[in-house]
Ligand binder design. Structure first.
Ligand code: FAD
Length: 318
């Protein structure tokens, strides 16, 4: 079932949904189930599975020289989506990225998903590869999420890359895109960033899912700005608990988000990460209560190895 159909079923209380990462290569699907098992009692509307591009690494050879290898540390997004769907009977949303993929590979992934009965995708550009200063499109790949989105809407219309395919079978993907309450870090300013978000929505995105944020006022302002700009699709807040002191510097560096002063000061006073986890849990619970009062249809949690914290937060609000 499409994410947007789930959203229509949200009642007084918002729905919940979760994001998981594929396990590191070498681990089994069991690690995903162990991560999700404690959360399934909350009957998530859907579960997102992230996509991770291959990384270029240098490995030392026996002769002392180095050889360059491409390694995908977290493979398996499409298969994990199918496995979660079969195991828990819950809808899954694979992330699709431009970086590291040709259009042909993307089309094949979309065909796999369609055959598996998975009809949701979150389309993203992806970040720069670790050895690149800025994002470089893959040869024969897409530059921006909006280009990838057009490929998905084309397939929904039965248009395949090979134009000799006549009357091609139509897919039926519900398409989500990313939005940034604190602006995407490469955008020159929030207005221009929003104009590109509008481009994605005008090109057929069915909903927006946001980057994590720790200050609800930024989300409320973002929603207001989106509506003023004519972006009228549902906007799903992405939420993450703060659980370690280190995250005070890591989260702004990696995700380009601010941490509110009150939260930062409370974390700085903590003596252990267990205390930080307590502060982070209370902060996120309060965020969720306010978002619920604001009327969001679903609370989407980045679980990132912290299912117990998410369980405590969701237990407190539902
Ligand atoms: P885009 O929408 O393409 O935007 C990228 C930048 O280009 C922005 O600054 C935008 O303002 C600008 N822009 C957009 N269109 C144009 C245009 N036509 N001309 C000029 N500039 C333009 N990354 C992963 O690798 N795997 C994941 O699974 C993953 N999941 C994510 C889930 C969510 C909810 C979010 C918010 C992010 C996720 N990311 C993931 C990270 C994401 O890939 C990065 O933030 C990436 O840098 C931007 O992706 P995007 O889809 O927002 O890009």
């Amino acid at each position: 079932m499409h994410v947007t159909e789930h959203l229509k079923q949200a009642g007084q209380k918002p729905l919940v949904s979760f994001e998981v990462l594929p396990p590191l290569k070498g681990k089994t699907i069991q690690s995903i189930y162990e991560h999700l098992d404690p959360l399934m009692e909350f009957k998530p509307a859907f579960i997102n599975v992230t996509y991770h591009r291959a990384e270029t690494m240098f490995k030392k050879k026996l002769d002392g020289n180095f050889t360059q290898v491409e390694v995908r540390k977290r493979p398996g997004t499409v298969a994990i989506c199918a496995a979660i769907r079969n195991h828990y009977k819950v809808d899954t949303v694979p992330h699709l990225i431009c970086g590291g993929f040709s259009k042909e590979e993307t089309e094949n992934a979309l065909i796999d998903l369609n055959f598996l009965g998975i009809d949701n995708v979150l389309v993203l550009r992806g970040d720069a590869a670790k050895n690149e200063a800025s994002f470089v499109p893959y040869p024969g790949g897409h530059n921006y999420a909006s280009d990838l989105l057009k490929q998905v809407t084309n397939l929904n219309a039965g248009l395949y890359l090979e134009d000799d395919i006549q009357n091609g079978g139509k897919t039926n993907f519900c398409i989500g895109v990313a939005g940034y309450p604190e602006k995407h870090f490469e955008a020159p300013n929030p207005e221009i960033d929003l104009s590109y978000l509008k481009e994605k929505v005008d090109a057929g995105a069915d909903y927006v899912m946001t980057q994590m944020f720790f200050d609800n006022q930024k989300f409320f302002k973002f929603v207001e700005d989106c509506r003023a700009a004519g972006i009228n699709v549902p906007i799903i807040p992405g939420l993450k608990p703060l659980t370690t002191k280190k995250q005070l510097t890591v989260l702004p560096r990696i995700f380009h988000v601010d941490l509110p002063t009150a939260l930062s000061l409370a974390v700085m006073k903590c003596k252990t990460d267990a205390e930080v986890e307590q502060v982070g849990t209370e902060w996120l619970t309060q965020q969720c209560r306010e978002l619920q009062a604001f009327g969001v249809p679903v609370l989407h949690f980045y679980t990132l190895g912290k299912p117990k914290v998410i369980k405590n937060v969701v237990s407190a609000i539902l």
